[in-house]
Design a protein around this ligand. Structure first.
Ligand code: CP
Ligand code: NVA
Length: 303
């Protein structure tokens, strides 16, 4: 039975922990210049309906480093753009590729694709979730803090795809999460309820100070996600008190780690000075996408 990675709940906790451990080994091997070509001859198809820098590069370079190949496809340059169905596209791609990564709008699209694909499908971001981001971020937190379970993570900003996967991650990995968003921009209720049912310690608030107070990790993301550009003016005025700045961070632990999935809009969700003083953490977070996703592809293809 092929396995997909459509949300963090697609795999069991033990499977995700295996991936995180393998990511550590792959990162070390890469640092030491050791070549590991476990995916020689394997082909990844990357299908993008939204733009990307990190996701495309880290998947494409990741599969090359493991000895495989990547093919990039976007909607405009494929027959999907002229109305060919997801069902047929999935069945065609399955006949050529060994694994598929998709970035699209609706979660339904990727669920449908996975249903008709006979090869593993990875969610490279939808409007609802960004599971590869949070998988890598958990790897980064563990690497820096040496633990994940007793960590308090504060997410400040928009209740979006990244926030939803971070909430799922609390249930899977055991960290406690505080999500602070403006009223009406909170995470989807069902996401919160489901993660709580799975044991997640999840706190939702509209007070950024409450969320950040005593936090080990403060996480933020853009206020306006891809596809929401028209809502920008209406939306942004509610978010000013949710900026990650020195004043807000002063409520966190002294050794607080600041994460941002990037791209950043400095002066909006994060100030330039906070960003620069935590730049090493933020760019390690971006780097770790490479190692975590290599481990994920290995897992889905070989185990
Ligand atoms: N963080 C992230 O997924 O970045 P990209 O949009 O550049 O892929
Ligand atoms: N929430 C952002 C994440 C970008 C990686 C978006 O969907 O645009």
């Amino acid at each position: 039975m092929k396995k997909d990675f459509l949300t963090l709940f697609s795999l069991k906790r033990e499977e995700l922990l295996w991936i995180l451990k393998r990511a550590e080994e792959l990162k070390r091997a890469h640092r030491e210049g050791r070549i590991i070509e476990t995916l020689r001859g394997k082909t990844l198809v990357m299908f993008f309906e939204k733009v990307s820098t990190r996701t495309r590069l880290s998947f494409e370079i990741g599969i090359y480093q493991l000895g495989g190949n990547a093919v990039f496809l976007n909607k405009a340059d494929s027959q999907l753009g002229r109305g060919e169905s997801i069902k047929d596209t999935a069945r065609v791609i399955s006949r050529y590729a060994d694994i598929v990564m998709i970035r699209t709008f609706a979660q339904d699209t990727i669920e449908k694709f996975a249903k008709y694909s006979s090869v593993p499908v990875i969610n490279g971001l939808t409007d609802s979730y960004h599971p590869v981001q949070i998988l890598s971020d958990v790897f980064t937190i563990k690497e820096k803090k040496g633990k994940i379970e007793k960590v308090k993570v504060a997410y400040v900003g928009d209740g979006n795809n990244v926030a939803h996967s971070l909430i799922n991650g609390a249930a899977t990995f055991g960290y406690e999460v505080f999500v602070a968003t403006p009223e009406n921009y909170g995470p989807v209720r069902k996401v919160v309820v489901t993660a709580r049912e799975k044991g997640g310690r999840i706190n939702i608030t509209s007070d950024p100070m409450e969320a950040v107070s005593g936090a080990d990790v403060v996480y933020t993301d853009v206020w306006v996600s891809m596809g929401q550009e028209e809502e920008r003016d209406r939306k942004i005025k509610f978010f000013k008190p949710f900026q990650v700045n020195e004043r807000l961070l002063s409520h966190a632990k002294d050794d607080v780690m600041v994460l941002h999935c990037l791209p950043a809009h400095k002066g909006e969700e994060i100030t330039e000075d906070v960003f620069e003083s935590h730049a090493d953490e933020i760019f390690t977070q971006a780097e770790n996408r490479l190692h975590a996703q290599k481990a994920l592809m290995e897992y889905l293809l070989l185990r």
